[in-house]
Design a protein around this ligand. Structure first.
Ligand code: S1T
Ligand code: MG
Length: 545
C-alpha cells in the first residue's frame, strides 16, 4: 500500500466511517486516492468551517473519530475555529491537511498558502489538537499514525496530520493500532470502595452527567448504574440530550438559577453529588445559585476520579463504571422530585410565535411522528431547545461558537442516516446556513427552524443599548428554492404547526421554516440565564469593592 492507502485503512480500523472535506492543490493527490480507493466515503461542502463542524457533529454521534480533509493554509487555517470548538467540547476529529511536498519545501521560495513559515500551520494546530504528526518519514509513519489515532480516541479530542503531497504515493507499511494499558484492578477496587461508602452514607445523592459519557460510549451503562444505585439523574447544560435513548431515571438539565428551581435545589443541596464525565465550564456551572460543595462531590472523568481530597489517577471511566455495575445490586431508590413537564399542546391560532411556542410545536411534532436528532446553533435557539423533550442533541454548549448548527445537522444526517431537526438563529444562519445548498446532491433533507428576530438577540440581552445588534431581515425562506429546498416564512402559531407537518410530509428535500420573532422576544431559559449572569456579576463587583 502507499501512504494514502495506509492512512485511509488505519482511519477505518479506528472506527472512522466518513470524510468531510474541501480539496486544494496541496490536497488533490490525497483526495484522488480517497475517491478512487473507496475505502471511506467523501462528502464535500462549501466552506471549511462547515466541514469542520460537520465532522465534529458526526464524531459526537458516532462516539468515535470522524475525519476532515483540507488543503494547506487557506483551507486548514479557515477551519481553526471549528477545530478549536471540537477541542473544547472533547470531540474526536481527525484533521488531515495537504501540505507542500518535502522537495518543494526546500526550494527556498515562499510557497502559496504559506504564512510566516512552513512550520506556522503545524504550530497553530498544536494549540487546538491533542497530538500532531507530519508524515515526512515513511519508515516511522505507521508508528506515528498509531500513536496519533490512539490519542484521538483515548482523549476524545482532535488530532492533526500534515500530509506532504509528494509522499502520498510512496510505499508504506500498515498501521498496527495501539491499545490502552490495563488499569490497575486494585486501584479501581479501592476507588469503588470509597465511592460506595460515600453513597451509602449520603441522604441525598444525585447523579449529574456530562458529555464524556457519550464520547466514551457509556450512556447505556450509566443508565443501568443510575437505576441500580437508585439515583436521580440530571444532565449538565453541555450534556443536554444525553441518555435520551435510554430508560435512565432522568429528571432534566441542571441550569442553576436559569433552570427549574426544584432541580437546582436537588443538585446544589446534595450531600453526594456524583459528577460523571462533566466538564467544569462556566456554561455548566456559571449560574449556580449556591456554590457547589466539591468536598462532598464525587468527580469521575476519563483518566481520574477525585472525591473530597482524594485523587485516583490513571483510571478509565469505563473501568470504574464496570466495577460499580459489578458490585451494586438494586439499591433503594432515593426519593426524587417529579420530572418537570415540557410545553406541549400548542394552540394553533393566529397569535404571533414566541420561543416557547416553538418548543411546544416541536414536542407535539415528536409526539405525532417520533423524535428527530437535534443540531442547534448558539443563540436563543439553544436555550429554546431546553424546553424540547430530551432528545439526542449536538450543540456548542461550552465553546459557544455560531455557525455550528446547519453543518452539524448535515454531519448528524451522515452519521445516523436519520433526518435531523436543525435550530439556528438568523445571525448564525448568515454564517454557514448556505451549506444547505449541498443537500440535494447527497439527498439530505433536514428540517431547519430559523429563528428570525433580525437581531443578535443574545447580545442585546446583555447590552440592550447597542444598535449594532440590529440586523436586517434577509427574507431567508425565499432563498430556499434556489438552494434546492422548500422555504416557508411563518408568523403565526397555526402557520408554524402547518409548516412542520408539511415538512414531515415532504421528505424529498430540506425544509427551511423561517420563524418571524419580534425583536426582544426571548425564551424563558435565556431570560433567567441572563438575569443569573448579571446578578452574579453584580455580586462579584460588590465583593470586589
Ligand atoms: N461570532 C461567532 C463565530 N460566535 C459567537 N458566539 C459570537 C460571534 C458572539 C455571539 C454570541 S450570541 C451572538 C453573537 C454574535 C448573536 C447570535 O445571533 P443569532 O444567531 O441571530 O441568535 P439570537 O438572535 O437568538 O441571539 C455568543 C454569546 O458569544
Ligand atoms: Mg437573531
Amino acid at each position: 500500500m502507499n501512504l494514502a492507502e495506509t492512512l485511509l485503512t488505519a482511519l477505518k480500523a479506528h472506527g472512522v466511517q466518513e470524510i468531510f472535506g474541501i480539496p486544494g492543490d496541496f490536497a488533490l493527490p490525497f483526495f484522488k486516492v480517497i475517491e478512487e480507493s473507496g475505502i471511506l466515503p467523501l462528502y464535500t461542502l462549501s466552506h471549511e468551517p462547515g466541514v469542520g463542524f460537520a465532522a465534529d457533529a458526526a464524531a459526537r454521534f458516532h462516539g468515535r473519530p470522524s475525519v476532515v480533509a483540507v488543503t494547506y493554509g487557506a483551507g486548514a487555517l479557515n477551519m481553526v475555529n471549528a477545530i478549536a470548538s471540537a477541542y473544547a467540547e472533547k470531540s474526536p476529529v481527525v484533521v488531515i491537511s495537504g501540505a507542500p511536498g518535502v522537495q518543494e519545501s526546500r526550494s527556498g521560495l515562499l510557497l502559496h498558502h504559506q504564512v510566516k513559515s512552513l512550520e506556522s500551520q503545524f504550530n497553530i494546530y498544536r494549540e487546538i489538537t491533542c497530538d500532531q504528526v507530519r508524515l515526512d518519514n515513511l519508515r516511522r509513519a505507521p508508528e506515528h499514525l498509531a500513536r496519533v489515532l490512539h490519542n484521538c480516541r483515548s482523549q476524545s479530542q482532535p488530532v492533526y496530520i500534515e500530509l506532504p503531497r509528494d509522499m502520498i504515493g510512496q510505499p508504506c507499511q500498515p498501521v498496527t493500532p495501539l491499545t490502552s494499558p490495563p488499569a490497575d484492578p486494585a486501584a479501581i477496587s479501592a476507588c469503588v470502595d470509597e465511592i460506595l461508602a460515600r453513597l451509602e452514607r449520603a441522604t441525598a445523592p444525585v447523579l449529574l452527567v456530562g458529555v464524556e459519557i457519550r464520547r466514551y460510549n457509556l450512556e447505556d451503562k450509566v443508565a443501568q448504574l443510575a437505576r441500580k444505585l437508585g439515583l436521580p439523574v440530571l444532565t449538565t447544560f453541555m450534556g443536554r440530550g444525553l441518555l435520551a435513548e435510554t430508560d435512565a431515571p432522568l429528571l432534566g438539565t441542571y441550569l442553576g438559577v436559569a433552570g427549574d428551581p426544584h432541580l437546582t435545589q436537588l443538585v446544589e443541596n446534595s450531600d453526594a453529588l456524583v459528577l460523571l464525565g462533566v466538564i467544569f465550564s462556566d456554561t455548566n456551572f456559571g449560574v449556580s445559585e449556591n456554590q457547589l460543595d466539591l468536598r462532598t462531590s464525587i468527580r469521575l472523568r476519563e483518566g481520574a476520579v477525585s472525591m473530597g481530597y482524594h485523587i485516583y489517577p490513571n483510571l478509565s471511566l469505563a473501568g470504574v463504571i464496570d466495577e460499580l455495575l459489578r458490585r451494586v445490586e438494586a439499591w433503594p431508590s432515593h426519593s426524587a422530585i417529579a420530572r418537570p413537564l415540557y410545553p406541549r399542546g400548542l394552540t394553533a391560532d393566529e397569535q404571533p410565535i414566541a420561543p416557547t411556542d416553538v418548543a411546544a410545536a416541536v414536542n407535539d411534532l415528536f409526539d405525532r411522528h417520533g423524535r428527530m436528532p437535534l443540531a442547534s446553533d448558539m443563540g436563543d435557539c439553544l436555550f429554546t431547545a431546553l424546553d424540547i423533550e430530551n432528545t439526542e442533541l449536538v450543540a456548542p454548549g461550552y465553546y459557544a461558537t455560531m455557525g455550528f448548527g446547519v453543518p452539524a445537522g448535515l454531519g448528524v444526517q451522515v452519521a445516523t442516516g436519520r433526518r435531523p431537526l436543525i435550530l439556528v438563529g438568523d445571525g448564525a444562519f448568515q454564517m454557514t446556513g448556505w451549506e444547505l445548498g449541498n443537500c440535494r446532491r447527497y439527498g439530505w433533507n433536514p428540517i431547519v427552524l430559523l429563528f428570525n428576530n433580525s437581531s443578535w438577540e443574545m447580545l442585546r440581552a446583555f447590552q440592550p443599548e447597542s444598535a449594532f445588534n440590529n440586523l436586517d431581515d434577509w427574507r431567508f425562506a425565499e432563498m430556499a428554492a434556489g438552494l434546492g429546498g422548500m422555504g416557508q416564512r411563518v408568523t403565526t402559531r397555526r402557520a408554524l404547526r402547518e409548516a412542520l407537518e408539511q415538512a414531515i410530509a415532504q421528505p424529498d428535500r430540506f425544509h427551511l421554516i423561517e420563524l418571524m420573532l419580534p425583536r426582544g422576544a426571548m425564551s424563558n431559559t435565556l431570560n433567567r440565564y441572563v438575569a443569573g449572569f448579571q446578578a452574579r456579576r453584580v455580586r462579584q463587583q460588590s465583593a470586589g469593592g
